[in-house]
Design a protein around this ligand. Structure first.
Ligand SMILES: *[C@@H]1O[C@H](CO)[C@@H](O)[C@H](O)[C@H]1NC(C)=O
Ligand SMILES: *[C@@H]1O[C@H](CO)[C@@H](O)[C@H](O)[C@H]1NC(C)=O
Length: 317
């Protein structure tokens, strides 16, 4: 009998101990969250990001696989038209694997955003080689001959990729201060983390090739990155928030490096851009009310459509 009691006690202690461990570890894994999960003011601000996420999804998926969202997860496009001109890029094996992963990550981002704040249809997107050629011409300040083809080689595709995720990154940094709900904040931080990771990988791959010439232009990879960053600063119209792979030492980390693998401010913090700046860049027009570039008919969602309406009103007056 005492032996039986003893075993019972041991079992009880074991079970209780186990419960204690479980509840302790569960507490450890859950942060205490205050306030509303998603504030009504968060909804359109987070949805706005879909414009960039759609762009990246089809850019990366097509580049790696030769097909895009319409094959992978058509429902997420919500009936929006397919991207014009997107196609499989001529990538080396390692880059192709990286870009494929990025493409699927973007699908995850679309799902995370739409399931949290709802979505809107994908806007018409211009991913033609001609659109990129125009951006590269604008960046270098003359017509490149032959026209820049983003799909032609690994280095060309990486340079073209340098154009997009960075804009998403600075947009998330810009949106963050006005987000109020804890679920919205968690979503935004998670998106920002992966976007900046993608940008870092792209920039590192380019950094390894920084001194190489981009065939047949007799210009280095580093040169193209500074020209693209310069163009984005011009289009954004709000000062220097974008830097190429090399900078003057005083603009580098702690004023001590001229290498600039990551673009960051004097405190090494990521730059922030408003939705209007972001659209000015993505439209390639320097004006959030004049669509063009990657989004020929403009972005979707209340924020992007709101800027366009302002333009319509001006025209009608
Ligand atoms: C895509 O951009 C190129 C270059 O600006 C332009 O010629 C072409 O018409 C655009 N396509 C669409 C569908 O807007
Ligand atoms: C290539 O560019 C370098 C420096 O920008 C210049 O010195 C050289 O003459 C150029 N070569 C050709 C073939 O244009």
């Amino acid at each position: 009998m005492p032996r039986f009691l003893c075993s019972l006690l041991l079992i009880c202690l074991f079970v209780l101990g186990d419960y204690a461990t479980v509840s302790h570890s569960q507490l450890k894994c859950k942060s205490k969250l205050k306030g509303v999960p998603v504030h009504p003011d968060d909804v359109e601000q987070i949805r706005f990001a879909l414009n960039l996420e759609f762009l990246e999804t089809d850019w990366f998926l097509h580049g790696a696989l030769g097909y895009g969202l319409d094959k992978v997860e058509p429902a997420l496009a919500m009936g929006g038209p397919p991207a014009v001109g997107a196609k499989k890029a001529n990538l080396d094996k390692v880059t192709r694997a990286i870009i494929e992963e990025f493409g699927y990550q973007e699908v995850g981002h679309l799902r995370a955003i739409t399931s949290t704040v709802g979505g809107f249809p994908r806007a018409l997107m211009n991913l033609t080689a001609t659109n990129f050629a125009k951006i590269f011409d604008d960046a270098v300040g003359h017509t490149l001959s032959p026209p820049f083809d983003p799909y032609k080689s690994t280095v060309n595709y990486l340079l073209a990729s340098y154009v997009i995720p960075y804009v998403g990154l600075v947009a998330y940094v810009g949106t963050n201060p006005s987000i109020r709900g804890h679920v919205s904040k968690r979503l935004l931080a998670g998106l920002l983390a992966v976007e900046s990771g993608q940008d870092a990988v792209i920039r590192t791959l380019l950094y390894e090739r920084a001194k190489e010439l981009v065939h047949p232009y007799n210009r280095t990879v580093a040169y193209f990155t500074s020209r693209i960053s310069h163009l984005r600063n011009q289009l954004g119209g709000c000062g220097r928030k974008d830097e190429g792979l090399f900078v003057r030492k005083r603009a580098g980390a702690e004023g001590k490096t001229s290498s600039n693998i990551l673009s960051a401010d004097t405190r090494s913090l990521g730059y922030a851009r408003t939705t209007a700046e972001v659209l000015s860049i993505v439209y390639g027009t320097g004006d959030e009310s004049k669509p063009g570039g990657f989004l020929p008919n403009g972005g979707n969602g209340e924020i992007a459509r709101g800027y366009l309406k302002r333009n319509d009103e001006t025209i009608h007056i």
